[in-house]
Design a protein around this ligand. Structure first.
Ligand code: ATP
Length: 435
């Protein structure tokens, strides 16, 4: 077969405290299989298991790290890579020791919280784009879960989040380390609709959703002692200047964070040190040389892959694991809204109203071809009396067809069942269902 001709198999030996880094090509159906032959290694805090072949899908950027070689010279990690990689190299310089020390400090805070029946550490990870914020969150969560903790993960990165699709904010309880192939176990996530991949699109809505998310986290902590003492890890987007910086302060305030980890930017570190109250510990950590920089087109591709994965599952073994369904829905059966009206000059508005107030308005969207390819969030809200903006999201669909004559939509949905709710929120984010 043609594909086999391009396959290559290589063995890599890793020393202690070093990592094998590789990227899997985006596009085509490239993938990389990895076998652990000997020793112990992990991928962003999740352990590899001997005898379980791991497949990394297109676009994956991976570091396989090992701690143990110094202890036993005879025990080598022989990681066996097969497939097509763009780059694969072994790096000895990694900030992993500093990251693990940070984890150890957080664990001490958890132990203290457990003993004193108080709240565990609430940690916010900040920094510009492409410094490894999501990766550090994953690492800290996985290490905590491996010790039997159940920290809450809050992902406020609406562009490249790890919980739901782009354009949403999410939170989950991480009771088990994330699966290397499948990611976090998404049991009962809290997901809010934001509708765009940048918080600057609607800062008012973003702020509102951040404080609502903080409320849900506090509720969870009230219900579960374990979550409460395990603490919270908050991932943020890369918007750190101007209004983005104010947003970070807003997040820190809402969640009453105890620790802020700044990755790779001294200026941001100094600003936060200056502006945060004394009880907030601000730490500066270096980024890993392995973090891959992504330009805007790669980011767009990554967002697309995320949406694709939501509908089709992982592309493992070239077989899609989910079978999304085309739904046919009458215009009359759903009510579609977007959040935020276009800004009008204040002089055009009723007395006493500011154009700002418009940004939290639900604006009805009439069916038209303008909806084609847009992602829509299905709100849990059952009526207009519910607080729709702050309602959890049940799932998503993408509009794939609009038939104005028959007054019907066709939509891509992860399930064949017509969604049980009829209030749908339109996202700016679009997805073309082509392969
Ligand atoms: P953004 O602000 O865009 O969300 P980020 O700061 O959260 O970016 P990550 O998503 O954590 O950055 O990392 C960017 C990419 O680099 C990811 O695909 C991640 O898998 C990869 N990566 C992180 N650390 C390493 C490493 N040590 N070796 C190889 N790849 C890595």
């Amino acid at each position: 077969e043609k594909k086999d001709a391009t396959m290559r198999t290589e063995e890599y030996k890793l020393e202690a405290v070093s990592e094998l880094r590789f990227e899997v090509e985006t596009g085509s159906d490239a993938s990389v299989q990895l076998d652990l032959l000997e020793g112990m290694a992990e991928v962003f805090g999740a352990e590899l298991t001997k005898g379980r072949q791991i497949t990394f899908e297109e676009g994956a950027k991976v570091a396989v790290f090992t701690w143990h070689e110094v202890l036993l010279l005879a025990c080598l990690d022989l990681s066996h890579l097969a497939g097509k990689t763009e780059v694969a190299y072994i790096a000895k310089e990694t900030p992993m020791v500093m990251y693990i020390n940070t984890h150890a400090a957080l664990e001490q805070m958890r132990q203290k919280a457990e003993k004193e029946k108080t709240r565990g550490p609430r940690v916010m990870v900040v920094g510009p784009t492409d410094v490894g914020k999501s990766t550090l969150c994953r690492l800290l969560l996985n290490y905590a879960a491996r010790l039997g903790r159940a920290p809450i993960f809050v992902d406020l990165d609406v562009g490249q989040g790890d919980i739901s699709i782009p354009g949403t904010l999410g939170s989950i309880v991480v009771e088990r380390p994330s699966d290397i192939e499948e990611g976090y176990n998404l049991n009962a996530p809290v997901v809010f609709h934001f509708g765009s991949s940048s918080p600057s699109h609607n800062t008012q809505l973003f702020k509102l959703l951040v404080s609502k998310m903080a409320d849900t986290v506090n509720q969870k902590c009230d219900q579960s002692k374990k979550c409460c003492s395990s603490g919270v890890i908050i991932n943020t987007g890369g918007w750190v200047r101007g209004a983005g910086y104010d947003m970070l302060k807003h997040i820190a305030g809402c969640f009453e964070v105890d620790v802020i980890i700044v990755l790779d930017q001294e200026r941001l570190y100094n600003e936060l040190k200056r502006d945060m109250p004394d009880f907030v510990e601000v730490l500066l950590l270096p980024k890993s040389g392995g973090v891959v920089e992504r330009n805007s087109s790669v980011r767009a591709d990554d967002r697309d892959l995320k949406v694709r994965e939501y509908f089709y599952g992982l592309r493992k073994d070239n077989k899609d694991s989910f079978y999304p369904h085309p739904l046919h829905i009458s215009f009359n059966d759903v009510k579609i809204y977007k959040i935020g009206a276009p800004a009008l000059p204040d002089s055009c508005l009723p007395l006493g109203m500011k154009s700002q107030d418009n940004m939290l308005k639900l604006v009805p969207v009439s069916p038209s071809n303008g909806l084609l390819h847009h992602v829509l969030s299905i709100s849990m809200a059952t009526s207009m009396e519910d607080n729709i903006l702050e309602s959890n999201i049940l799932g998503h669909v993408v509009i794939t067809g609009v038939d104005m004559e028959k007054q019907m939509f066709t939509a891509l949905s992860p399930s064949a069942v017509t969604p049980p709710r009829n209030i749908w929120l339109m996202s700016e984010i679009q997805f073309m269902d082509i392969d």
